[in-house]
Structure formats: C-alpha cells, structure tokens
Design a protein. Structure first.
Length: 295
C-alpha cells in the first residue's frame, strides 16, 4: 500500500478549502493535473474516496473529513518543527519589546516584525503602543528595546541623549484621510491651502501624528480622541478629516480614502526613526534592520 505524503496532505487540505481542483492548483502553484494526481495517490493510500462531486463543485466525503482533520494537525506540527529548527540554525534568539506611536503601529511595525520573525524565528517580540515621550522613557529604563518615533514639523523636540537613532529613509509622505463621500475623495492630491476650511479629527494626547496640518491658522477641531480606530471611525462617518502619514495609508478602512497633500514648498518635513539604547542587543539590531528594510 502506498504511503500518505506531506505534499498529498497539503493538496487534500487545499482542495477542501477552495472547493475545486483548479482553485487549489492556483493557490499551490501546481497544474490541475498535478493536483488530480496527488488526490488519486492519497485515495490509493487510504483505500477510499476522499471527495465527491455536487452541484457547486466538490466536497469531502466522510473519510475525507477525517483525513483533513488529522492532516491539519500534521501540517501544523511540521511547520512548527521547521521554525524551531530554523531557530537553532539561526542562533539569534531572545525577547525584545518594540514600541511605536499609533500610525506606525498600524502597518509599518507589524510588517517589520513579520520580516524579522521570518529571518529570525527564534526571537520573541512584544509590541508596546504608546506616545513617543513614554517610549523614550521606557528605553532609558530598559523596558523597551526599540522605539519608532517621528521628528520634524509640528512635533516636540525630543531629548535623544544617550540613545541611538537610525533614520528610516523610506520617505514618509503625508496626506489626509477623508470619508468616501468627501469632495476630496476623488482627487489625486490636494493643496495645503485647501485644508484651511476643513474640520479636523485630532489626538487628545501627545502622539505626533494626531494633529492638524501644521501652519494652519486656527484649524477647526471637530473631535480630539486618543485611539487610532476611533479617529478613523469619525473620519468614515464624515465628521472631519485627519492627518495620516503615507506609511499608515494601508491601515485605513474601506470607506476611508487617503489623499496626498502636495506642497510646492517641500511639504510636511518630518523624519522617521528607529531608536534604541546606547548598546542594543543583537535582536534589537535585527529589529532596526527589519524596520529599515520595510520602510
């Protein structure tokens, strides 16, 4: 009797998920005939049919359901073993805590952490979302290993004495988040002077990305809130617009649009940094590198 294979199990699980051989082939990067051969081999190994046709495609038989349930556990175990072995080969391990202000924590920080863990699966990462002054204080007290902060226009001048900074040179790029029904929503960009008559959703705390566009004379503040989801919810409801850096644009909900602000005088001048203690550990250095690559 033929034996079940990991490839065969992966194909069986994917066919069950997608409901068709062709869709499973597309997801796995196989030809449809290769998927058919793997299913046939798995059925020979088990001695029974694993799928049956119905009006909308195919579905697992009772035997197929049993195999799929066990296959999921087997594949999860194999994946976990691979990560553990990779961690042994990598030899970079340990636990680090990474902090970011809300806009950075929405997209940039999670993607950089994912990049780090793919390269160094032995590292454990904790995320601490907080305002920049609190992050810098935590760095100095040893409670934080890496902080993502912003400096420049409209941001307080922070004290970085005794800390190391690495600039994340991706080009921040700033724009505004607006509701899909807002007049700006269909635009390719807006000019700074068009922002003067807008109502703004800003931050109630000291987080730098929570203000109105710098330089506006007496901006009209509609709401001041602390939480990033609340801020975007108010924008989606049409209650105002909000300043959002380009690196956080992918975090906006489907009913909110991000429109860049085009400023002929150079735009909003801000820089993004990864900050560590004076002597960061190897895992913290790797985290800074992942942030640089992702930015």
């Amino acid at each position: 009797m033929a034996d079940l294979t990991l490839t065969g199990l992966r194909v069986v699980v994917e066919v069950a998920r997608t409901g068709s051989f062709s869709a499973a082939a597309h997801r796995l990067g196989y030809t449809q005939s290769a998927v058919s051969r793997q299913i046939a081999a798995s059925e020979r190994a088990t001695g029974t049919a694993l799928f049956e046709r119905h009006a909308r495609g195919i579905r697992p038989t009772a035997a197929g359901e049993v195999l799929i349930r066990h296959a999921g556990r087997v594949l999860d175990s194999v994946s976990a073993a691979g990560k553990e072995l990779a961690g042994l080969r990598d030899r970079l391990a340990g636990r680090i805590t990474v902090g970011g202000f809300p806009a950075a924590s929405a997209v940039l920080l999670p993607r950089a952490v994912s990049r780090l863990l793919r390269a160094h699966p032995g590292v454990e990462v904790q995320i601490a979302e907080s305002a920049t002054p609190a992050q810098l204080q935590s760095l100095r007290r040893g409670r934080l290993d890496v902080a993502v902060v912003v400096t420049g226009d409209g941001v307080p001048e922070y004290d970085f004495e005794g800390l190391r900074r690495a600039e994340l040179r991706g080009g921040i790029g700033y724009g505004v988040a607006v509701a899909e029904a807002h007049p700006f929503a269909g635009r390719s960009w807006v000019e700074p002077d068009e922002l003067a008559e807008q109502h703004w959703i800003v931050g109630a705390g000291s987080t730098p990305d929570f203000g109105a566009w710098p330089g506006l004379a007496g901006p009209m503040i509609a709401f001041a809130v602390r939480a990033w989801p609340t801020r975007l919810g108010l924008v989606a409801a049409g209650l105002g617009i909000s300043l959002v850096p380009g690196f956080a644009a992918d975090s906006l909900p489907a009913d909110v649009r991000w429109i860049p602000v085009r400023d002929e005088y150079g735009g909003l001048r801000r820089s993004l940094w990864a900050v560590t203690g004076e002597q960061p550990g190897a895992a913290a250095v790797a985290m800074v590198r992942a942030l640089e690559e992702e930015a």
